[in-house]
Design a protein around this ligand. Structure first.
Ligand code: SF4
Ligand code: SF4
Length: 305
């Protein structure tokens, strides 16, 4: 328990002891050792799976996990006279801006009590599921009451003690027992019809660039790709997202001339300022890094347009 009042925090959230970082690391290592987490996934997300502890924080503090409801997003690219609004999952656009907004809110509540909070690199889904904030769907996506899977999970280390937490077996959405819609919709057959752990190395999202992996493996059919980044097929098909699936926000758009430049492959040295400014405004440069983002955009625009 804590005497800090988080009741008015506008997002569903949970608090656990910071010693849970060790539990998360162990869980990831066990999944990997048992062959349930592919090498490529284990090594691609090391910076998350290592759960690095920021300076000034210790395991006697806490982890605060929040789910910020977020829409699907689109970015427009004009090609052959038509503007194509290409879809992104509810995570990538303005990721750091939103992460910092939540951090500010937390610090406003913590500071009068002599505590602080800072962003935590941890496996967000495990933190959410083990703290009771989310339940897993068959597609291994975290579902949160009130927003389905349309949210952004963010976790923060705090020096506020929280020794008596609840760290539980991850919940499974009961609705999945009689449903296989996501497994049927998944083009790469990454989702099992009788389990809740997907074959992460067959999930298209892994090959989006963020993890460091950009080259498509031989088995990945380019016609399966629909999103500018990642894949939304299982989430858009899921009946548990029915109430949120039409929540889509339009972002910046790029002219035919700009789209041609992006398709052709711009570099950090020759990107026009106006393109840089708009990619920066929607937070994609900060999320991917400019070099990686330009590689991702060139590849995807050649595929999708
Ligand atoms: S589509 Fe069905 S099985 Fe898949 S996560 Fe949603 S409810 Fe569960
Ligand atoms: S995100 Fe796409 S590829 Fe990954 S499990 Fe869902 S439908 Fe399959």
């Amino acid at each position: 328990m804590t005497n800090v009042n988080f009741d008015d925090l506008p997002y569903p959230h949970r608090i656990v002891s910071a010693r849970r970082r060790e539990d998360m690391k162990n869980e990831i290592d066990t999944l990997h050792a048992d062959g349930k987490l592919a090498d490529i996934v284990y090594h691609s997300y090391t910076r998350l799976f290592d759960c690095p502890m920021p300076e000034g924080y210790t395991e006697s503090g806490s982890l605060i996990i929040a789910a910020v409801p977020r829409p699907q997003e689109t970015v427009g690219f004009t090609w052959k006279g038509t503007t194509h609004w290409l879809l992104l999952p509810p995570t990538y656009i303005r990721y750091w801006e939103i992460t910092e907004q939540v951090e500010t809110l937390l610090n406003q509540r913590l500071k009068p009590h002599g505590y602080s909070a800072t962003f935590a690199r941890v496996p967000q889904k495990i933190a959410a599921a083990r703290s009771g904030l989310a339940q897993y769907g068959r597609n291994n996506i975290a579902y949160v009451p009130g927003c389905g899977s349309f949210h952004m999970l963010v976790t923060y280390y705090s020096d506020m003690p929280y020794p008596d937490d609840t760290w539980q077996e991850p919940g499974i959405m009961p609705q999945c027992q009689k449903c296989s819609a996501c497994a049927n919709a998944c083009p790469s057959k990454a989702i099992s019809h009788d389990g809740f752990l997907i074959q992460q190395d067959r999930c298209i999202t892994l090959y989006s660039g963020y993890s460091g992996v950009l080259d498509f493996p031989d088995w990945l059919d380019a016609s399966w790709i629909e999103c500018l980044i990642g894949c939304m097929k299982c989430q858009r098909t899921c009946p548990e997202n029915r109430a949120y699936v039409k929540w889509i926000e339009q972002n910046e758009s790029f002219s035919q001339e700009e789209t041609l430049l992006l398709r052709s492959g711009l570099t950090e040295n020759n990107i026009p300022a106006s393109i840089h400014e708009r990619l920066d405004r929607i937070g994609l440069i900060r999320f991917f890094g400019l070099k990686k983002l330009l590689e991702v955009l060139s590849r995807k625009l050649n595929l999708l347009l």
